[in-house]
Write a protein that binds this ligand. Sequence first.
Ligand code: FAD
Length: 280
Amino acid sequence: MLIVGGGPIGLMGSLLLSRLGVRSLVVDLRGRTSTHPRSRLLDAPSVELMREVGVEQQVIDTGLGPDWTKYNRWFDCLAGREICRVPTPSFHSVRTDRSSSMPVMTAQDYVEAILFDKAASDPNVDLRFDTTASGLTQDDAGVSCTIRDNRADRAIPVAAGFAIGADGLRSSTRAAIGTTLEADFMDVFFQDVIFEADFSQHTSDRQGGLLFIAHPMGAAVFQPLRLRGPGWRSGTSDADAADRRVSRSEACGLARVPCRLRRQPAEAPAHPVWGRSGVA
Ligand SMILES: Cc1cc2nc3c(=O)[nH]c(=O)nc-3n(C[C@H](O)[C@H](O)[C@H](O)COP(=O)(O)OP(=O)(O)OC[C@H]3O[C@@H](n4cnc5c(N)ncnc54)[C@H](O)[C@@H]3O)c2cc1C
């Protein structure tokens, strides 16, 4: 099996196939797994899949746990008045006739890294990052394409029985089989800033999975990324930033202003805009 794309779907696909004794070649043009927390919620069926491939506990251990996932909260600012809190019971009560797993609030970068390590140690999986697939064709014998090792700048022809297109939103595999994406794209843009800061004085007695804050640009949402430690994601909906990359000082502002921090966070790299067209 050729799997184009080593994101969560491609990596999980390779591990599930391996359980059936199917060997796969996974190629991804990125040099490493995602460094952006991206999707935060693993629902119960996804956690079941993690169990199936033997990484459930590892994934649970990266999760925020009940203190953080009991409520979502709304503030005028993180250091200020709490406006309301809304319980999130679906994190803690899944119908046992549907699943024996509970959802986990974690971060995609952790999950991808766990799946990557698992696939890398699986003898049925040949994992090649920094490698781009192109020119996918199929005939009665199977599929073929070219994979380019971007570090060595070397192209190799590859033939396989089947291919899985796990190559994301702008999938070239989808284009190769002549189908198009049918979806309504969101008509909003989010600007994410991932940073480190100690907010424990504001959050220790009012934790929440999503902490919404009034912001000059509209609502901002703060998301804790780690059970212990200072990792945060601050997301604002910012249509004006859709076509440009924000500067480092703007990124620090996004992280600082809503919670009225005087000092800037230790680390506040600007991250890409995520929205209607994926990463702009
Ligand atoms: C910045 C950002 C923030 C997000 N935040 C959220 C969120 O808060 N909540 C949420 O639910 N979802 C979020 N998402 C969406 C979520 O990340 C995706 O739904 C998820 O990653 C899809 O997984 P996937 O494996 O299908 O595709 P992807 O993770 O997109 O992986 C596809 C992989 O294919 C590789 N690839 C593409 N073409 C080729 C090729 N020709 N050759 C080799 N490799 C190729 C790419 O490098 C990529 O690694 C976010 C996405 C982004 C980009």
